[in-house]
Write a protein of this length. Structure first.
Length: 316
């Protein structure tokens, strides 16, 4: 049997990369092998991936030599950065440059870069509908990724530009879920007006990325957006009500109120939600649900995701 083509996966112990590693390994007769990059091959999460059959390599995006090593002999690579670990768009830009240079050097045949829109192409810095943050960004954790797309293009790396959407897991782990309000009811507080917002089960991002690799050259040079569903705040609240067995009210607030919340990154997220609202059509057109399903037939809808995960949403 011909040897399998290696896909090096960054963020392998996390949400996006983990889904990809598991998809590759679940497809026993598939053409790819998974090389999982982690900063600690002794962690439980890393060991779990090894037990499934992944090759583990130690690597840190901030150490370009380790990135080069992780890509040696690989056919493909999944590149993702970790904004919420450091809140620095400049760091993300530097890390993306490291990825692009290393991919070029290693002769990677197909890279997937997990990017997002550079929102400044929609809302220039002088547009004061939302504040400029960190001096030169509107949505820092989007803009840096989008600005870094050019590194892959300039290096001539055959790249698919992947645009994930809001993980529904944010309702479990990121504090974005419904909260008990003074009226004793659960309130889902989001500043997205009446716009439909794309969302996805985090595991489906990696499954879809696997679909992209399986399609060979088809998606090289292309933008691919992902969503398992596009729902308004009212629709999300209604589905949450059914799944949680108690009423959830959509608390539609203005973006400036969300930005003023007292948690790190509230301003960045406030601008992001406003971007989703103001540019609903463009954002959702890119993140087409049926195209996502074509890549990943197991793609979950919000109600399907809730069936398994509602019990994990903290509601006290
Ligand atoms: N949350 C959302 O709704 C959403 C939506 C769209 C896009 N995003 C973007 O998704 C990105 C994060 O992806 P994710 O959710 O898959 O991350 P994640 O679940 O937090 O996992 C990140 C993994 O990457 C590894 N890692 C962290 N720093 C590293 C470094 N310096 N070098 C190498 N590996 C490192 C860690 O593994 P080890 O500890 O094993 O090294 C960790 O398990 C963010 O940039 C965010 O903006 C998020």
């Amino acid at each position: 049997m011909a040897s399998k083509k290696i896909i090096t996966v960054f963020g392998a112990t996390g949400a996006q990369g983990g889904g990809l590693v598991r998809s590759i390994l679940n497809d026993k007769s598939g053409e790819f092998a998974a090389r999982a990059v982690t900063r600690d091959i002794r962690s439980d999460k890393a060991k779990d991936l090894a037990a499934l059959g992944a090759e583990l390599v130690e690597g840190d995006v901030d150490d370009p030599v380790s990135v080069d090593k992780a890509l040696e002999g690989a056919y493909g690579a999944y590149f993702v950065t970790f904004f919420w670990n450091h809140f620095s768009p400049e760091k993300e830009i530097e890390q993306a440059l490291t990825f692009a240079n290393a991919a070029k050097k290693a002769g990677i045949k197909h890279a997937i870069w997990s990017t997002l829109e550079d929102t400044r192409e929609f809302v220039p810095l002088h547009d004061d509908r939302m504040p400029t943050l960190k001096e030169k960004y509107k949505v820092p954790h989007f803009d840096a990724k989008g600005a870094a797309d050019k590194f892959f293009v300039e290096a001539g790396v055959p790249t698919t530009f992947l645009y994930p959407s809001f993980y529904w897991e944010n309702f479990i782990y990121f504090g974005a879920g419904p909260k008990k309000a003074a009226d004793g009811k659960l309130h889902l507080t989001l500043p997205i007006g009446d716009a439909k917002m794309g969302g996805i089960a985090a595991e489906d991002i990696g499954k879809s990325a696997y679909g992209i690799f399986k399609n060979g050259k088809k998606f090289i040079g292309k933008k691919v957006g992902l969503a398992g569903g596009q729902l308004t705040g009212e629709e999300m609240a209604s589905e949450l009500s059914k799944a949680l067995g108690q009423p959830v009210i959509y608390n539609k607030i203005p973006a400036h109120v969300y930005r003023s919340f007292d948690f790190p990154g509230a301003d960045d997220l406030g601008n992001m939600f406003q971007f989703y609202d103001d540019f609903e059509d463009q954002v959702n057109e890119l993140r087409d649900v049926s195209a996502s399903k074509d890549l990943n037939p197991e793609l979950q809808s919000f109600p399907e995701w809730l069936k398994e995960n509602a019990k994990l949403i903290p509601v006290d």
